[in-house]
Design a protein around this ligand. Sequence first.
Ligand SMILES: [Zn+2]
Length: 250
Amino acid sequence: MACPEKSDLIEAYADGELDLGSSLEIERHLADCKDCAAVLEGHRALRSALGTASLYHDAPAQLSSRVRAAVRKQEKVFAASPFFGWRWLAVAAPVISLVILGWSLVTVSRMPSSEDLLNQEIVSAHVRSLMAAHLTDFPSSDQHTVKPAFNGRIDFSPEVKDLASEGFALIGGRLDYLDRRPVAALIYQRRKHLINLFIYPAEDGAGERAVETSLRGYNLIRWTRAGMRYAAVSDLNLVELRSFQQALQE
Ligand SMILES: [Zn+2]
């Protein structure tokens, strides 16, 4: 029987896709929930079965010589025909090159840039924080409680601002993992909308204009300031998310 509470997160846990806090929560849950422990066991058994050699079979020894013989026979037919000689290829080669070039350009232009990937990662981290019922590692509306809570957990000290007077209530802080490093996540709330504010040191330290994106129904603003990278993501409308960003910068 599927456990309604956590079963959809068990596979993500087994594949190492959850952040540290969510993983610890799942481990605590697994100790008490037989259903989820069974789901995890099944997932691990399936993975190890897929990894064993019993699913792979060597091709019969004669197959390779039969394929080679068939190819040689076909080559002779082509060589004998005036249409399929090498002269035909000399005419067709530039056309084929153009087709391949065109196809490569289409493929390259469709590949997501590193910026796109980072935006997707930020939105995923936001969604995951809401799904796992693990929004905060240290819930507090007091900036003087949240800021020291990061001490010793990450190698930088994020600025924690109280924006209650601007209409953005601080809910707490959390550790997360983003852009291949641990980051601080601050959670703010405006009406029923939650905002994740991710903070981590910028490698280049250079100033950067704010980038606004909308992805999977969430608004996202990224910017760099005083050597730190910031990313605010929420289902809050863009105008109010901008005023959140403005309030942070003041
Ligand atoms: Zn369960």
